[in-house]
Design a protein around this ligand. Structure first.
Ligand code: PEP
Length: 259
C-alpha cells in the first residue's frame, strides 16, 4: 500500500561536476525503477545541476534543509519557495546532525515542517535517540517527543503529506545499523502515535523510513519488515553502485528484482 521510498542524503559532499557524475550514474543504474520512489538530496550548490541531470527521469530531487520564511533578511538561509522553484519534492528536516552541531530546536523543526508543507514540499522529519538515551531506556520518550513537537499543530490532512525517518543517532555514519527488529519496534510505535495525531487511515499512508548505516547488504532484511517503508541513506548514497543496490533491495522489499 505504501510505495517504498529511498532518499539519498549527500550531506556536505561534492563539487558540481562530482554531483552531476553521481546523479548520472544513479539515473543510468536505475533506468526503470519499479515499485520504489527515489529522491536525491545534494548540497544546495549542486541542486540545480542534479535537477538538470534528473529531468525527465523517474528520480526526483530534494533538499537537506530549509528556512521557515519565504524570503527576507535571513542571511545565508534558503526558503522552501526557492527549493520548490528548483523542482524539489521533499526537504529533510530535523536531521540529528543539525540538531547536534547547529543547535536546531524542536520549535524550529516544527516551523520548517509547516513552511515546507505550505510550499508543496513533503517534509522528511528525522527523529532518533542517542546511544546513551537507548542505554537509559529512553528511546520511545525521545522519538515521541521529537515526533509530537515536529508535527505540532498540523491538521490530519497535512500530517498525511509528511514523511518520517527513524534515525538512531548511534547508527548514523557508524557502520552499526539498528537490527530489523529494533527498527521495526520503533516504527510501529511511531505509527501508533501518527494514528493518535491524525487517524488510523492516515497513519497507514505515511511512509516511515529507516536511516543509519544502510548498505546494500543490510537493506534487504531491513526493508522486508512491513513497518519499514524504505531508507534515508547517507554514506552509501555517495557511491552510485551501492545506492542503486539499496534501491533495488527496497523495490523488491528484500528480494533483488530480476533485471
Ligand atoms: C544520514 O545521514 O541520514 C544517514 C543515515 O547516514 P549514514 O547512512 O551514513 O549512516
Amino acid at each position: 500500500m505504501r510505495a517504498p521510498l529511498v532518499v539519498a542524503n549527500w550531506k556536505m559532499h561534492g563539487t558540481i561536476a562530482e554531483g552531476r557524475a553521481l546523479a548520472s550514474a544513479v539515473r543510468d543504474g536505475l533506468k526503470r525503477p519499479r515499485g520504489v520512489e527515489v529522491v536525491l538530496c545534494p548540497p544546495f550548490t549542486v541542486l540545480p545541476a542534479v535537477a538538470e541531470v534528473l529531468a525527465g527521469s523517474a528520480i526526483a530531487v530534494g533538499a537537506q534543509n530549509c528556512y521557515w520564511e519565504t524570503s527576507g533578511a535571513f542571511t545565508g538561509e534558503v526558503s522552501p519557495a526557492m527549493l520548490a522553484e528548483l523542482g524539489c519534492r521533499l526537504v529533510i528536516v530535523g536531521h540529528s546532525e543539525r540538531r547536534q552541531h547547529l543547535g536546531e530546536t524542536d520549535a524550529q523543526v516544527n516551523l520548517k515542517v509547516r513552511a515546507a508543507l505550505a510550499h508543496g514540499l513533503a517534509p522528511l522529519l528525522c527523529v532518533g535517540e542517542s546511544a546513551d538515551e537507548r542505554r537509559q531506556g529512553l528511546t520511545f520518550n525521545i522519538v515521541e517527543g521529537e515526533l509530537r513537537a515536529g508535527l505540532r499543530g498540523l491538521s490530519p490532512e497535512a500530517l498525511g503529506h509528511c514523511i518520517v525517518a527513524y534515525e538512531p543517532v548511534w547508527a548514523i555514519g557508524t557502520g552499526v545499523n539498528a537490527t530489523p527488529a529494533q527498527a521495526s519496534e520503533v516504527h510501529g510505535y511511531l505509527r501508533g502515535l501518527l494514528s493518535e495525531l491524525a487517524s488510523k487511515e492516515i497513519a497507514q499512508t505515511v511512509r516511515i523510513l529507516y536511516g543509519g548505516s544502510v548498505k546494500p547488504d543490510n537493506a534487504g532484511e531491513l526493508c522486508r519488515e512491513p513497518e519499514i517503508d524504505g531508507g534515508l541513506v547517507g554514506g552509501a548514497s555517495l557511491q552510485a553502485q551501492a545506492f542503486v543496490g539499496i534501491v533495488k533491495k527496497a523495490a523488491g522489499r528484500g528480494a533483488t528484482p530480476k533485471e
